[in-house]
Design a protein around this ligand. Structure first.
Ligand code: FES
Length: 104
C-alpha cells in the first residue's frame, strides 16, 4: 500500500517521575483518534496512514509526531491543533510552521 502521508505519533510511556517524561502522559493517545477522525472527514483514510510509534527522541517536545515522506516533525500538538494540520498539511501540502520542532 502506498500512502500519500504517513503519520507516526509517539505514544511512548515512561514511569512517573522519569526526567525525560513521555508523550503518553501528555495525552498523545488521544491524538491518534483525533487524527484518524479528521483524516476520514476529508476523505483521505485510504491515502493517509496514522499510527502509534515508540519514542521519537524528541521527548521534550511531546506530544510529538513525524510525517513522512518529507520528514516534518511536529511538537506539543494538542487535539485542538489536529484539524488545522490535516487541512494545511494533507489538503494543501503545507506543513503548519508554528508547530514544527525547530531543531528537526
Ligand atoms: S517519549 Fe515521545 S518522543 Fe520520546
Amino acid at each position: 500500500m502506498n500512502y500519500d502521508f504517513h503519520f507516526f505519533i509517539c505514544t511512548n510511556e515512561r514511569p512517573p517521575g522519569n526526567p525525560k517524561g513521555c508523550c503518553k502522559s501528555k495525552n498523545s493517545e488521544a491524538l491518534i483518534e483525533v487524527f484518524k477522525k479528521e483524516v476520514a472527514a476529508v476523505g483521505k483514510s485510504q491515502k493517509v496512514r496514522v499510527q502509534k510509534s515508540g519514542c521519537l527522541g524528541v521527548c521534550g517536545s511531546g506530544p510529538s509526531l513525524v510525517v513522512y515522506p518529507e520528514g516534518s516533525w511536529y511538537g506539543k500538538i494538542q487535539p485542538s491543533d489536529v484539524q488545522e494540520i490535516v487541512q494545511s498539511h494533507i489538503q494543501e501540502g503545507k506543513p503548519v510552521e508554528r508547530f514544527l520542532i525547530p531543531s528537526k
